[in-house]
Design a protein around this ligand. Sequence first.
Ligand code: UDP
Ligand code: MG
Length: 316
Amino acid sequence: MDISVVLPVYNESGNLDPLHEELNEVLEELGRSYEIIYVDDGSTDGSKDKLRAIHDRDSHVRVLLLRRNFGQTAAVSAGLDHATGEVVVTLDSDRQNDPHDIPRLLDKLDEGFDVVTGWRKERKDDLLLRRLPSIVANYLIRRTTNVRVHDYGCMLKAYRREIAHGMRLYGEMHRFIPAIAGDLGASICEIVVNHRPRVSGTSKYGISRVARVLLDLATVKFLSSFSTRPIHVFGVLGLVLGGIGGALLAVLGFERIFLGIEIGNRPIVLLALLLVMTGVQLVTMGLLGEMLARTYHESQGKPIYLLAEDLERRAE
Ligand code: UDP
Ligand code: MG
């Protein structure tokens, strides 16, 4: 199989038929073998029946029906796990991404990139609730991760097979796919893609996504920089705070014992104790983190490195 196209579907019944037609038109023209994987994420609006019907009439189609609504990240993950193509393309099923951009994504992969991601330069979404938060989110993600692209949220992407299968996604991490792929050592390229207004169905997210994106960002940052050495994050902070607290206590103790100055009524004593205790706790947390990190890597058989290639010793 050359190309697998993966689409998460949650209550998109009005979009599926026109979308499928458009997709087929584009993929037929490529002249490569392909499959289209629709992952139904527990839809309740008849999308399931639409998908069954599409499956019945088109042999390119595979449909995965999830048992309930697990969220977009899980749906995309399911699709990636079941994709058999050398190249995997993902896009939304709300018709906002334009299938006609797919050939250009594939061209970039042929040039040698591992991941090609879309940049919705002219986004057709609400300014206040959608575009402004996304400008801030993109800025923050760009500053904290090692991957520099303009639009992290665009789901129209193409991956080489190894990358698509190597990514582990949790929560709502689909927004961090460029950063996660970058962590796997993938070379990433961004191209401007078309974006269209939603004509059928409604967006599944509200403004509350802002807080979740921030927390996810902290997780991604932590996992990518420190998951193999948590003691360095917690320990350093603990040593600094504990050190300040210890120094304060030493000064206070000196004053009390050698100069006879009363310290019982001075709030700084509390501060010093608090700092020492916080310091001890942070170092302990770092140690616990180290234990967890070992479980995390070893239980998944996940080495702390990634091989790009193995040029084995040739037989003489
Ligand atoms: N989606 C999904 N499960 C969910 C929410 C969304 O599979 O719980 C799908 C949805 O059908 C669409 C894509 O994810 O294909 C993006 O959703 P939406 O267009 O609502 O997000 P937005 O474009 O507003 O960020
Ligand atoms: Mg959308």
